[in-house]
Ligand binder design. Structure first.
Ligand SMILES: Cc1cc2nc3c(=O)[nH]c(=O)nc-3n(C[C@H](O)[C@H](O)[C@H](O)COP(=O)(O)OP(=O)(O)OC[C@H]3O[C@@H](n4cnc5c(N)ncnc54)[C@H](O)[C@@H]3O)c2cc1C
Length: 405
């Protein structure tokens, strides 16, 4: 019986551990935090969007450049398989109106509890508060336990499932990048994904509107339009619509120093209808009242118009020009928010650094799973789906490698 060490007690590491115990191996999971799956639990706070119900062909396109790598793994462990897996743990799932799939309990905690119990019953051992630091000179795994003592551990195979670098207080902080770089593993730098962006609000706007949602709104960037809410923050924008476009916006900023998105603040009506409405006599109304009443704009939308004119007057003399501005308001973004506020990370261990078993070419016997690998995806359940699929693929890779195939 081989002894396999899985480092990282998030969904990627746990599903790998479960797959391996079912094949009759001895499995120990090492986790630096006192409890498992902290990011998974956080993901469940607003409703655990475990996967998506859309057609698999469309689903696979969500992984962009990593599609070719992830496709065989997701075909091997599909969204339906993931739903069945939840249901086997007593967590029925449902499809929301957007096609996103959630456990009926919405939270991740009942699922995680049932999962941990099942794994313990099958013999998986858990070593909490063990921080992996790399390898000792003799090749053993180097850990620090809660008391700060060094511990050496040997294994027939190791799976690293250490996550990305977003929300580091939940456990995954990307410290592994330096350890693997020392081993000459090629790593694409970890970058914020599904993140907000900085923009230069005036003090007045920021003070008045930070925390306000802008809705309804459509956001267009590089020819792609999404309709979803924007949240104003003290120094920028975040929220579902921004996250959906965040990968392309981030790359645009990286190439050109800034990116411009275009907001339609009245997506429900045509420019002709809006122009007509704005022809209503303003009489003694203030510009704000007129824009609210005739234009149907919220105070934050009016604030955005004022921000766009940079202190100059909003063109209220020409209903047509005003309608055009409301329907296509440019907003310049200068940098992504820091990775510790992002939902997920782009970048990670490059695909060329692992073989078809997900084993590091530079480090035989060491396999990679989950968000550590170089892929990204929008929110919508795609992150967890790929995390589970890569965890299972790495576990199967271990088995193939151990059996000498
Ligand atoms: C706020 C938020 C909401 C989200 N919502 C969703 C959602 O609804 N749907 C969705 O699909 N995805 C969502 N995600 C993303 C999803 O949670 C992650 O993609 C997923 O958890 C990645 O799993 P993982 O196992 O690869 O890494 P992680 O879950 O990050 O787990 C890695 C584990 O490794 C441990 N670790 C790291 N380094 C060491 C070390 N040196 N030694 C020992 N242990 C270590 C960490 O403590 C952690 O427990 C959300 C993320 C956030 C932050």
């Amino acid at each position: 019986m081989a002894h396999i060490v899985v480092i990282g007690g998030g969904p990627g590491g746990l599903i790998a551990a479960e797959t391996l115990i079912q094949s009759g191996h001895s499995v120990t999971v090492y986790e630096r935090k006192p409890t498992l799956g902290r990011k998974f639990l956080m993901a469940g706070r607003g409703g655990l969007n475990i996967t998506h119900s859309e057609d698999l062909e469309l689903f696979l396109t969500r992984y962009g450049a990593a599609k070719d790598y992830l496709e065989p793994l997701i075909r091997d462990f599909t969204p339906t398989d993931l739903r069945n897996w939840c249901e086997a743990l007593g967590q029925e799932t449902f499809t929301g109106t957007s096609g996103r799939v959630f456990p009926k309990a919405l939270k991740a905690s009942p699922l995680l509890r049932a999962w941990q119990d099942r794994m313990e019953q099958s013999g998986v051992r858990f070593m909490m508060q063990h921080d992996w630091r790399g390898w000792n000179d003799d090749g053993s795994l180097a850990f620090r336990n809660a008391a700060g003592e060094a511990q050496s551990v040997t294994a027939d195979a190791t799976i690293l499932a250490l996550g990305g670098a977003s929300w580091p207080k939940l456990g995954s902080d990307g410290a592994w990048v330096a350890v693997l770089a020392q081993e000459k593993v090629s790593i694409s730098p970890l970058r914020p994904a599904n993140c907000g962006f900085i923009t230069a609000w005036s003090g007045i706007f920021s003070e008045r509107f930070a925390g306000s949602p802008v809705k309804p709104v459509t956001i267009t960037h590089a020819g792609i339009t999404v309709q979803s809410e924007i949240m104003i923050t003290a120094n920028g924008v975040e929220g579902g619509g921004i996250y959906a476009l965040s990968s392309a916006i981030r790359e645009d900023i990286s190439a050109h120093g800034s990116a411009t998105i275009t907001l339609d603040l009245r997506p429900g009506i045509s420019i002709a209808t809006l122009t007509e409405r704005l022809q209503a006599p303003r009489a003694r109304q203030s510009l704000s009242t007129y824009l609210q009443k005739s234009g149907g704009l919220s105070p934050v939308a009016i604030g955005l118009l004022r921000e766009a004119t940079g202190g100059k007057d909003i063109p209220d003399q020409s209903p047509r020009a005003l309608a055009a501005m409301i329907k296509a308001l440019p907003l310049t973004l200068t940098a992504p928010f820091p990775i510790d506020r992002a939902i997920s990370s782009a970048g990670g261990v490059e695909w060329r650094a692992v073989d078809s078993n997900f084993m590091l070419r530079q480090k035989p016997g060491v396999f990679i799973a989950g968000e550590m690998l170089d892929w990204e995806a929008p929110t919508g359940g795609y992150l967890l789906q790929a995390t589970f699929a890569t965890g299972i693929a790495a576990a199967k890779g271990v088995e193939r490698w151990l059996s000498g195939q």
